[in-house]
Design a protein around this ligand. Structure first.
Ligand code: ADQ
Length: 466
């Protein structure tokens, strides 16, 4: 069997503290690597004055990781620059926040080349290579330039934007051309795969020889939708842990006679937090009789603090949460709790379990795993209600949630009212349908579908010889 090499910007190997502190995606990739006895390559998270390409290779719990340090300038131009100031906002439809700086583009190319040069000597001819996310789109091109003929797949975790938006990016064609160096490109939903196809057909003069094939730039690529899921069995196990139960009991006790509405997101402008806060404020304003019956908890740990747009949104959220409590709090009651802390995954599971409503309203999201975690954490006999943005990739699979337009405070307020008043049979009916899908279409199914499709792509590269 071929080995699997996973490449992602950050690598989170299993650690001594236990898997409860590691993200769901990391757990899934780690288990794939154990199965295929592979290697996980990426940035160490550390910087060095000058790039050396020195590798830190370790094997922990059956997973081998190979980490490389980057220069400070790499971090500014590639990670905080092109990845998080150019591609991230653009792919989330925030043209207003998108920075187009030539230096960022150069840093992005340089780091991808450095990654390729460091990784190439570790690759055996038969290895399958699976590259993750927008940080590394040109990696296959760089690996091919070094002569690698392996099967290489790419999975995009974030949306692929409509082609009118994508074409605002200087050098858009070159980026897409780089994607044709992969054998397989996977998106979270059919909609994103379709948007990519639209671009290739209308802007790059491409053709579609079969429903899952695109031909352009002299190469043929397989394209598909591979919706990511959570590790459902692991999550269920975590939910039964003493820590999760304790957190659930704690939250239940803290909200007696009240409904807990919960939101959990990285503090990011794509997550629709401002609009959500305003939607909740509208709910409080419109429903005086329900005010004392709810408590909204928003957990939002800060992320990407070096990027100005993140500093700004943080300030606006602080002000908004203050305004809501200032307006509606009473001596013995606070309507809103806003926390910028990170929690262990088992503790989060307990918090979801205590909630009557999961409020997941990103303005755009590749998938959104919080929506799936919330569903997985519910009590089958008395489940809570998921309110979900129609612009999350997850909405494609989760039509039984209350779907809302996250830009509309009225729709959010209305959905909150409906969720709180929903009778048990309807909650159970909706939850059951959602849970079945979360369980069936989980991260293992995702991983196996992608790796299976990649392994099934034909041996290639006759066109590239020389
Ligand atoms: P993210 O934008 O990070 O991921 P999401 O899918 O919601 O968004 O995943 C977040 C993960 O972090 C969840 O597993 C959640 O439990 C965890 N998390 C969030 N807040 C936390 C906190 N305070 N403490 C601990 N854990 C917390 C990107 C894309 C998504 C896509 C995923 C996976 O933006 O659209 O679903 O990748 O492909």
């Amino acid at each position: 069997m071929s080995r699997l090499i996973v490449v992602s910007n950050r690598v989170s190997p299993p650690n001594a503290a236990g898997e409860e502190t590691v993200g769901g995606l990391a757990m899934a990739l780690a288990s794939a690597l154990r199965e295929y006895s592979g290697l996980w390559f990426g940035w160490s998270g550390k910087t060095t004055p000058q790039f050396t390409g020195a590798l830190d290779i370790q094997t922990v719990e059956g997973v081998t990781t190979a980490l490389v340090d980057l220069e400070e300038a790499d971090l500014d131009e590639y990670y905080n620059g092109y990845a998080n100031k150019t591609l991230w906002p653009l792919f989330h439809y925030r043209i207003d926040l998108t920075a187009y700086d030539r230096i960022y583009g150069e840093g992005y190319s340089r780091v991808n080349r450095r990654f390729a040069e460091t990784l190439a000597p570790l690759v055996k001819p038969d290895d399958l290579i699976w590259v993750h996310d927008y940080h590394l789109i040109p990696l296959a091109r760089e690996l091919r330039a070094l002569g690698l003929k392996n099967r290489i797949g790419f999975f995009l975790h974030i949306p692929w934007p409509a082609h009118q938006v994508f074409t605002t990016l200087p050098g858009h064609k070159r980026l897409v051309e780089a994607m044709f160096e992969y054998d397989l490109v996977g998106f979270q939903t059919e909609e994103y795969a379709q948007a990519f196809e639209d671009y290739v057909l209308s802007e790059a003069g491409g053709q579609q020889p079969a429903t899952d094939r695109l031909h352009a730039f002299g190469r043929t690529l397989r394209v598909g939708a591979f919706p990511i899921g959570i590790d459902a069995p692991k999550f269920a196990q975590m939910l039964r842990s003493p820590r999760a139960r304790r957190m659930r009991d704690l939250m239940t006790a803290a909200t007696v006679f009240r409904y807990l509405v919960v939101g959990v997101d990285r503090l990011d402008y794509s997550k629709g937090l401002e609009e959500r806060f305003i939607g909740y404020e509208r709910f409080l304003a419109d429903n005086p009789h329900l005010r004392r019956e709810v408590l909204m908890l928003q957990i939002a740990p800060v992320s990407r603090e070096k990027v100005e747009a993140y500093q700004e949104i943080r300030q606006r959220l602080d002000a908004l949460s203050g305004r809501i409590n200032g307006e509606y709090a009473d001596v013995d009651w606070n309507p809103f709790r806003y926390v910028n802390k990170n929690y262990r995954r088992d503790e989060l599971a307990g918090i979801y379990a205590a909630a009557r409503v999961g409020l997941v309203t990103p303005l755009r999201d590749g998938m959104n795993l919080v929506a799936k975690e919330f569903v997985a954490a519910q009590n089958p006999e008395d489940p809570g209600v998921l309110i979900l943005s129609r612009f999350a990739g997850a909405a494609r699979q989760m039509g039984e949630a209350l779907l809302v337009n996250p830009n509309s405070p009225e729709e959010i307020a209305e959905a909150l009212k409906r969720a709180i008043g929903m009778d048990k049979p309807e909650r159970i009916r909706r939850w059951r349908a959602l849970f079945n899908k979360v369980e069936r279409e989980d991260v293992t199914a995702w991983r196996d579908a992608f790796v299976g499709a990649l392994a099934g792509t034909g041996a290639r590269r006759t066109a590239l010889a020389g």
